[in-house]
Design a protein around this ligand. Structure first.
Ligand SMILES: NC(=O)c1ncn([C@@H]2O[C@H](COP(=O)(O)O)[C@@H](O)[C@H]2O)c1NC=O
Length: 525
């Protein structure tokens, strides 16, 4: 595309975020532009001795209604929207005393930040920018003649372009696209806020918006391209975490880290979750992280290789030392002790993410996933079975320890892809069967993996012997339960609700095991 030199004769600057404002304005003045500006922006420029004309002086109309009307004037919008290549437009502009405005630099009232701060409704509404989006949209529409800047991060590039003689049409088109993406995201945030106020989880139109955090090396596979977007929510997790060290995160790392951290946040006691391919392969809670790590690792040490480790307590040096003995892709924790950080610094490639907090697993929220031609939206699975909702359906009642393990196992099962069967003992998983098309296969695979883990640990009996088991959904037939019994489990937890519940209960009674119904299913696909 050829370089179209576009002299900036007049620039309108109206910015909420004043970062970079002075550098931009000085560069514009240096190449001969007159600066028009609104109240606060004009003051900042005047204070720095940058020559500026107040928009109100330029239009002859004051800012009114507490700033609700500042730039919504024909003299401003005509100056932006008039086509310089159409004699009729040029004549009309002249007739009405409208001078061309060749650059518009606007960033909007911080609506998203205001909402995130928990401000009241009136404050949020006052932070809905009206004039700003109008300026941005007008300038972007007329990008053939006008430059539009919507982010301080763009100023440096513009200043360089001015030094090179002006902006190309291609550059202006790029800024215009970014401008419409900005106003679309802004309106999406406003619409989402209104929907939330009305407690409408699924409004007629659902606008998704995100800010690109980074372009990733590739997607799920090397031949796929990918990027990571943040949606602006403050839920502690992979999107809000600070990466202390290590290589750039991959697409799969981000997905797995999210799964691991959401899972570990389920537990109040110190907990460790090891994830592979978005499924836990070891989970344990204990009095301290080091013990929890040992127990989580014992479940499936083979799969843990190259895994993602999530902790729900600040990482301490002893645990860091242990984790670093096996190849680990990512460690994610709310925080880390200085000596733990120093220890991990030796492992250059290991990524350490600190989130500053834990997500609330019971908090409401909406999650989306794409399908061909659209996307599915649903409320987050924030379900948690209340103790009084648990129903013992067998003759044998679980012991206190079994009940504790059952609740633990069911909570883990919530984070395992369906069909999920989780064996646990002493609040540590001892066998996890994930993502099978048949529940019986999940039960079998989990048991056989636990046998392998026992062998690796030099034990002759499988770890499932004397364990409990959780199923994320009901058993359609007794065979799944029988597989669990054969693996040596003494108690089972499952939602119940099958038309063959009676058969399944009878099988449990025949085996002399205890069974508890939760009334809540945790499918995860
Ligand atoms: N009402 C208007 O005509 C109007 N024109 C520009 N603004 C916004 O006013 C802000 C800058 O104000 P100031 O320069 O006074 O700090 C910018 O975020 C800009 O987007 C407006 N404010 C809100 O709608």
């Amino acid at each position: 595309m050829s370089q179209t030199t576009l002299p900036i004769r007049r620039a309108l600057i109206s910015v909420s975020d004043k970062a970079g404002l002075l550098d931009l304005a000085r560069a514009l003045v240096a190449q001969g532009a007159e600066i028009l500006s609104t109240g606060g922006s004009a003051k900042a420029l005047r204070d720095a001795s940058v020559p500026v004309t107040e928009v109100s002086d330029y239009t002859g109309f004051p800012e009114i209604l507490d700033g609700r009307v500042k730039t919504l004037m024909p003299k401003i919008h005509g100056g932006i929207l008039g086509r310089r290549d159409l004699p009729a437009h040029v004549a009309q502009m002249k007739e009405h005393g409208i001078g061309p405005i060749d650059l518009v630099a606007v960033n909007l009232y911080p609506f998203e930040k205001t909402v995130a701060s928990g401000a009241d409704a009136e404050t949020c509404i006052e932070n809905i920018d009206i004039g700003g989006p109008a300026l941005i949209r007008a300038a972007a529409k007329n990008h053939a003649h006008v430059v539009v800047l919507t982010d301080p991060a763009q100023y440096e590039g513009l200043i360089d372009a001015l030094g090179d003689g002006g902006t190309t049409l291609e550059t202006r088109r790029f800024y215009a696209g970014a401008a419409y993406a900005r106003t679309a995201a802004y309106d999406a945030a406003i619409a989402a806020w209104f929907a939330a106020q009305a407690q409408d989880a699924f409004p007629e139109r659902f606008a998704l918006a995100g800010q690109r955090a980074e372009i990733l090396r590739y997607g799920e596979n090397p031949h796929q391209q990918a990027a990571f977007y943040r949606d602006g929510t403050t839920r502690p997790g992979v999107a809000t975490a600070v990466q202390v060290q290590g290589k750039a995160l991959s697409y799969n790392n981000i997905n797995d880290t999210d799964a691991a951290f959401e899972a570990v946040a389920e537990f109040d006691e110190p907990a460790v979750v090891i994830v592979k391919h978005a499924n836990p392969c070891g989970v344990a809670v204990s009095g301290d992280l080091t013990t929890a790590w040992d127990q989580a690792l014992r479940c499936d040490p083979v799969s843990a290789f190259g895994g993602i480790v999530a902790l729900n307590r600040p990482l301490d040096a002893a645990t860091a030392e242990k984790i670093s003995t096996i190849f680990t892709e990512v460690i994610v924790a709310p925080d880390a002790a200085e000596d733990a950080k120093a220890l991990l610094a030796r492992k250059k490639n290991l990524r350490l993410l600190l989130t500053g907090g834990l997500p609330d697993p019971t908090a409401a929220g909406t999650v989306v996933r794409s399908v061909a031609g659209g996307f599915l939206a649903q409320t987050r699975d924030n379900g948690r079975v209340a103790p009084d909702a648990l129903k013992v359906v067998t003759k044998r009642v679980p012991t206190e320890q079994e009940m504790q393990d059952l609740i633990f196992a069911f909570r883990v099962a919530k984070h395992v892809k369906s069909n999920a069967i989780v064996y646990a003992k002493d609040c540590a998983t001892v066998g996890i069967g994930a993502g099978q098309m048949s529940r019986v296969d999940s039960a079998r695979i989990a048991a056989s993996k636990s046998g392998e883990a026992a062998k690796a640990a030099g034990q002759s009996t499988p770890l499932t012997q004397g364990s409990v088991a959780a199923s994320d959904a009901f058993f359609p037939f007794a065979d799944g339960l029988e597989t669990i019994v054969a693996a040596g489990a003494t108690a089972v937890i499952q939602p119940g609700g099958s038309i063959r519940d009676d058969e399944v209960i009878a099988a449990a009674d025949a085996a002399g095991i205890a069974m508890v119904f939760t009334g809540m299913r945790h499918f995860r696909h």
